[in-house]
Design a protein around this ligand. Sequence first.
Ligand code: F3S
Length: 386
Amino acid sequence: MGGESGDAVRKSMELLVALGDVFGADKLVPVESAHISGVSYANLGDAGTEWLEEQAEMGARCRVRATLNPAGMDMERWREMNVPPEFAEGQRRVIGAFTRMGVEPTCTCTPYLIGHVPRRGAQIAWAESNAICYSNSVLGARTNRESGPTTLASAVTGLTPLYGMRMDENRAPGKVVEVEADLMTRLDYSALGYVTGKLVGSGVPYFRGLGKPDVESMKTLGAACATSGGVALWHSEGVTPEAGWASEHLDGVEKVAVERRDLEEARAKLSCEPDDPTYCLGCPHCSLRELAEAAKLSRNRKLGGRLWVFTSRGVYAQAADAGYVKAIEDAGGRVYRDTCMVVAPLHEMGWHGVATNSFKGAHYSVSHGFQTKIADVERLVEEASR
Ligand code: F3S
């Protein structure tokens, strides 16, 4: 296949075969879709951008549906974000290269909220840890924790090596997490995810006592446990589609308990009181419901440009129709698309500190050298308006 289909496909095949060799895969299997990370010019720089342009030039073209993770800026409103023009030029080249290869420039980490929803049991090649966790756990699709290059290679060949989370035996639970805290807010789910990732590493947690989380709680839970650990899949009784099957594989599996004080300790370790933070919502990218809530909370506030809300183009369009974007921006908040509080060039944009309702966002914010605060959405909007 590779030799007949040009250099781009041949190189992609070589990468996937090498990956399969590393993990002991004995064959390649078809994938139904790809979600590609490694999009921000902040991470790619000129070398990564040139590599993508070369792939496009060599004729790399997607054979399956492929969507794109966030870029380093709102592709239209980057000036308002204070993104330097040279960065914007680099970012446009990156998106241009992906678009020429047939990747949909969705620029979101929540493709599952804008209609890219793999079916249960589908083999897919997804990168972006929260999207991986969501698609494996909540949708029951099958992907390993792929990278930017391997997802592009799978998009171009339509194939992936068969190993890891793609096989039943690796989807069985490795630890039972007994949740002994009452989970009252989405921030609690984010904290639980962060604590769980530290407890299970790259294992598969099976939650008991998770309650009935909404979509937003499940997206923040997965994002957090994929950040503090390497979780790609979680199960929960009565919540996730494979939990019944998973419950038949619990004999001898170790149990750990998570209490309220574990959640509070995790928060205390990451969180401080930064001077002059930017208040951020949308890690992972906001759903329509989260935008509706932010709009309601913003009413009669004076946010003075301090509240930044990140979402996808798809959700933004719906939120604009519903009047949520106007409500937030009339109050002095900003709603940006295509990017986020982690992959934008925040230092160059002049940020001093970050306040967020996401443990994932906080984790990266701290590692990028920002003083960081974690609080729930009500608190963030209230403080942004002081
Ligand atoms: Fe998404 Fe950026 Fe958070 S890619 S999960 S909003 S770090």
